[in-house]
Design a protein around this ligand. Structure first.
Ligand code: BGC
Length: 362
């Protein structure tokens, strides 16, 4: 196995040290203080490189605007959450289920009241100086999944055209927003999109976005639900403002134990993380880093997290390991998610879920 060079490694240790203990005046003033780990950027513009390296610590405002209807999954986007996340994180990923708020026909005309709701969130977060990622999330039929309750079906012949037409509207709508607003073309492409179909569709979708947003930073992830193992199959369009997203929920039987939405739920009781589990987490991120180095695109870890049915001590351990392994490679992350069943914040108690909060931020 090839290891990162000694300089990078020392830098990585320094980042881990500084993020654990804070940037002391001593460390800041020392000319020998190793520099922060920066990600490979050979294939992107300085603008996108800087943005990728400033994503830092982030959070998904999940289960809100990507539920079939806001509130269906038990949480709504409370304006008070904006202050909470802005006080703690640099970046917010805002998953949005546009497909269920758009005409079922090929034109996919987006419902204006819903779009205005998304505007409110985007603008409030940008006003707090955050980096904001909006996506198309849970367009279930596009990947060949069965529908969620309250999600409507469309004619299979218009699935792809609807994606393009949704992006035409989203991109035009936000064309004048800050460059800190990033578009992510599709959450976790998988199933019927895996491989070449996604490469083709991502290219077409990016062309639509580029008609109104020639330089905005766009996130594209590989198939297999944004799996690291699918990176070699990702053929990116010729474009210098791209960041590549990966998701990682390993060890899956631990992070997804007791989840009702899986066809075959994993039993509750799995703990984390023994030596081989730690190594699997580190190896996946190292594989991704090597791909990034070889291809010149910076990465973002868009999702990781563990469900509330896992024991809290293990969730804390897992969360800290993933965060540390990402940060030592300079990879920004957005934890899945803020205030629902993987949450770092409890709407019931109005307080942070302290073990998860400290694993992410202390
Ligand atoms: C999905 C969520 C799910 C999470 C973990 C996300 O991409 O949107 O519904 O809870 O992954 O599986």
């Amino acid at each position: 196995m090839k290891f990162i060079s000694t300089t990078r490694w020392l830098g990585a240790i320094a980042v881990a040290f500084l993020s654990t203990f804070g940037t002391t005046a001593e460390a800041q003033s020392s000319s020998r203080a190793p520099s922060r780990v920066v990600q490979p950027c050979a294939s992107v513009t300085p603008q996108t490189c800087t943005l990728a390296n400033s994503l830092g610590r982030g959070i998904n405002l999940g289960n809100m605007l990507e539920a079939p209807r806001e509130g269906d999954w038990g949480v709504k986007l409370d304006p008070a959450y904006i202050d909470k996340v802005a006080g703690a994180f640099t970046t917010v990923r805002l998953p949005v289920r546009w497909s269920n708020h758009a005409a079922p026909t090929a034109d996919a005309r987006i419902d204006e009241a819903f779009a205005a709701r998304v505007d409110q969130a985007v603008d409030a977060l940008l006003a707090k100086n955050m980096v904001v990622i909006i996506n198309v999330h849970h367009y279930s039929q596009l990947s060949g999944d069965s529908l969620h309750p309250n999600e409507f079906a469309v004619d299979p012949a218009v699935l792809e055209t609807r994606l393009l037409n949704m992006w035409k509207q989203i991109a035009a709508r936000y064309r004048d927003r800050s460059p800190r607003l990033i578009f992510e073309l599709l959450n976790e492409p998988h199933g019927r999109l895996d491989g070449e179909p996604w490469n083709q569709l991502a290219k077409q979708t990016l062309e639509v976005v580029r008609a109104t947003n020639p330089n905005r930073t766009v996130i594209i992830g590989p198939g297999g639900w944004n799996a690291v193992g699918e990176l070699p199959k990702l053929r990116l369009p010729a474009d210098r403002n791209l960041i590549v997203s990966i998701h990682n929920y390993d060890p899956f039987p631990f992070t997804h134990q007791g989840i009702e939405f899986l066809a075959k739920p994993h039993p509750v009781g799995a703990t984390c993380c023994n030596e081989s589990e730690r190594k699997a987490i580190a190896d996946a991120l190292e594989t991704a880093r090597r791909w990034s180095q070889a291809n010149g695109y910076p990465l973002h870890l868009g999702e990781f997290g563990a469900y509330e049915k896992a024991d809290m001590k293990s969730r804390e351990t897992y969360t800290r390991i993933v965060r540390d392994e990402a940060e030592r490679r300079g990879i920004g992350w957005t934890y899945w998610e803020f205030a629902s069943s993987f949450g770092v914040y409890s709407p019931k108690t109005g307080a942070w879920v302290e073990p998860i909060r400290r694993a992410l931020l202390d």
